[in-house]
Design a protein around this ligand. Sequence first.
Ligand code: NAD
Length: 368
Amino acid sequence: MKIGVPKETADNERRVALTPEVAGRLVKSGLTVVVERGAGESASFGDEAYRAAGATVGVTAAEIFGHSDCILKVQAPSTAEVGLCRSGAALVAVFQPSAIGDVVSQLATRNVTSFSLALLPRITRAQSMDVLSSQATVAGYKAVLLAAATAGRLFPMLVTAAGTLPPAKVLVLGAGVAGLQAIATAKRLGAVVFAFDVRPAVKEQVESLGAKFVAMEITEHAETAGGYAKELSEDTHRRELAFLAQQVKEADIVITTAAIPGKKAPTLITREAVQGMKPGSVIVDLAAETGGNCELTQPGRDVTQSGVTIMGPVNLASTLPFHASQMYARNISTFLLHVVKDGALQLDFGDEIVRDTCVTHAGEVKKA
Ligand code: NAD
């Protein structure tokens, strides 16, 4: 079975789906791996390293797409890329089918069996394939570095001959995978860290990282059986906004990561709340791509309002492409080996990993 790894073509995408190390492991398991020339270059993986690992380096994207049994990508394919796929091939990437309806129909029409790892169930068995977690870890870490590089203050407390500097106060809103990593990173930089989430289970995790959980009374059940947050009722959300407007006044840095799967990100910081913040404060909104947790966030841009900088970075994982690709490659290869048996794709739709991630198969759209 031939596995193809094209160079990513989306703007600002520096990751690659397979690293040389993981390509080597697939080769040892009996698969043939063909990587497009320069595919790993922007993540610091050269063609030579892929060759040394036993992979072949192909010259053109057409060669990779046209001759592979399974394509491994990071971003969704473009229509031009789907046009290059051969009938009966498979493709694995990370995308929300509803956001790229045309591409999904085209994948079905071309009889490509496609999988999106964005749809992977968050179950223990699938943890080693969980790209959302691995890439959120990278984003949570980078968000704190962005804030530290933008703020006009130091993070740690310093006692110097030139006076004593108090530590920065960092508030993390949403303590899922990215939020917990942001807490850990801000702690390591010496900040005093506070965190808030609507899921009560999070309190213990926040405290185990040395941060303080700021609690608000929530009487409704804010967590699904799957462990995700639910959309709050209008009344609770109104109380949350008022509560957070008070909390952000005290903070020097606010990192927001709140999300509700399949929905627009909840608003946590209103325009008025920003006006109440200290000049020089920085908000890094990791939910910028899904609508933003701050009303003033603009995806991909930094906005300054009443002396507060609101950053809306997109695709942060791609800005640390070496380690982000390393984790991604391990996730996607574990998924691949789960669906490939004896050198061929063998799909068991009774398995929720296969059922939930499969977007198109046998000419049919399974997830629109
Ligand atoms: P996510 O990206 O969906 O959301 C980020 C955080 O935002 C969550 O902690 C959520 O509770 C919070 N949030 C949502 N609405 C909010 C609001 N109005 N105010 C404040 N916070 C709000 O979450 P995630 O990081 O993907 O993780 C969600 C859960 O899944 C966690 O419990 C995590 O530990 C779990 N998880 C399990 C597995 C597994 O078992 N394989 C893998 C990854 C994550």
